[in-house]
Design a protein. Structure first.
Length: 289
């Protein structure tokens, strides 16, 4: 392991390995560099556990996280606050600052909760619009094979939460676990029927859903906690660069669900580079010249 970053060093920016992580991480890298702040780019570092541990160890300084993950970080999965956007943000902000001196900056007004998407032809043929419909289909012996990351399969707040709320369980043979956490891979596996896959781990802000003819299943029972993306920064680094809050807050507050879907689609569906998509958004909206 590398040693913790000194406050006077370049700000080390990381992100998770998925499409949206690359987008949000590049937004932060471009914004800070444009304001003359030295940056060490370690984007798409890995899944949540790796990035979070690197943050706690002081190996990275700034990365985009999701409010709902506070339930796991602080072992408070049963707290009803995680199902309300404002309460979830306030709670994780307080807990992380008090315990770890990690500061949550402004969150985007978009819920990027985990979801399950089906091939549209299957959903239409079997009249599957909600997770309750899906549970009935699966429990009746319907053909299901879900492509997902290990994190989605194992995290209590992800697939297990859906299974508990809707009373179904996918056997090992009904799951294809892919390395990493990139939904572009899981969605494409379902769209193309790879290894018999017809369902996929998804995020609500995924932009490739319509392009790939996939349908999100509605979570009517609100099994998922709210996952609003926000920059998180080590308190010591923010003390050295207090201007970072004013740089990042307006941009994240501008990222609505619709905008994130559009930006993610340019990366996942159109094949544009995350850095180019991020730069285009910042320039178009007046955040960069």
């Amino acid at each position: 392991m590398t040693s913790p970053c000194a406050a006077a060093d370049a700000v080390v920016i990381a992100s998770k390995i998925d499409t949206e992580g690359a987008l949000l991480g590049n937004l932060m890298v471009l914004l800070l560099r444009a304001r003359g702040i030295a940056v060490d780019d370690r984007l798409q570092l890995g899944p949540t556990q790796i990035v979070r541990q690197a943050m706690l160890a002081g190996q990275i300084d700034l990365y985009p996280e999701y409010t709902g993950n506070g339930a796991i970080f602080f072992a408070r999965e049963s707290d009803s606050a995680w199902h309300d956007a404002a309460q979830a943000y306030a709670l994780v902000k307080q807990l992380d600052r008090d315990k770890n001196n990690i500061v949550w900056l402004a969150a985007a007004p978009a819920d990027n909760s985990w979801a399950i998407a089906l091939r549209r032809d299957l959903a239409q043929a079997q009249h599957l619009a909600t997770l309750a419909d899906f549970a009935r289909y699966a429990n009746a012996g319907g053909t299901v094979k879900l492509a997902a990351s290990a994190e989605f399969v194992d995290s209590p707040g992800a697939l297990p939460a859906f299974e508990k709320a809707y009373d179904f369980r996918l056997a090992r043979g009904q799951r294809l676990t892919l390395i990493g956490g990139n939904t572009s891979a899981t969605l494409r596996a379902a769209a193309e029927g790879i290894s018999g896959v017809n369902a996929a781990m998804a995020y609500k802000t995924d932009g490739a859903l319509a392009v790939l003819q996939l349908q999100l299943l509605a979570d009517d029972k609100h099994a998922q906690t709210v996952y609003q993306p926000a920059p998180v920064i080590r308190g010591a680094v923010l003390a050295q660069h207090p201007e970072i809050e004013g740089i990042l807050d307006p941009v994240f507050r501008s990222l609505t669900l619709e905008r994130l879907q559009q930006l993610n689609a340019r990366i996942a569906a159109d094949g544009d580079a995350p850095a180019a998509v991020a730069a285009g958004y910042l320039r178009t909206n007046g955040f960069l010249k």
